[in-house]
Design a protein around this ligand. Structure first.
Ligand code: FES
Length: 111
């Protein structure tokens, strides 16, 4: 399946995570920050709470429940208690449209 339109750039406020459910069967959160848009899975890898309620900081998203930070570029957990990544997905901007390819998550590389 190819990338599908999820929303528009102008519809995403800076540093305000927004959840979109059932994007080709996958729930995702989009984050518009530092001039880019990132797509990350909707649930924390630690205890499956909604990432949409987290804070954006330095290209990462903090889980509100226990405070783990996740890198929006890679999905990597940057702080405990989470130890597993959250999937991240390729985002393409076409004019004002935001397209996400949930069928092809960005391969995770441990740093
Ligand atoms: S539920 Fe996210 S860090 Fe615990």
């Amino acid at each position: 399946m190819a990338a599908v339109k999820v929303t528009t750039v102008s519809g995403l406020a800076e540093d305000a995570p927004a959840e979109f459910d059932d994007v080709d069967g996958t729930d995702i959160v989009l984050v518009h920050t530092e001039g880019e848009i990132f797509a990350i899975g909707a649930l924390c890898s630690h205890a499956e709470v909604p990432m949409v309620d987290g804070e954006v900081e330095d290209c990462s998203l903090e889980c509100y429940m226990h405070g783990s930070m996740f890198d929006l570029r890679t999905g990597a957990p940057l702080s405990l208690p989470a130890t597993e990544p959250i999937p991240v997905y390729p985002v393409t901007i076409d004019d004002d449209d935001v397209l996400v390819d949930v069928a092809n998550p960005i391969p995770y590389k441990e740093s």
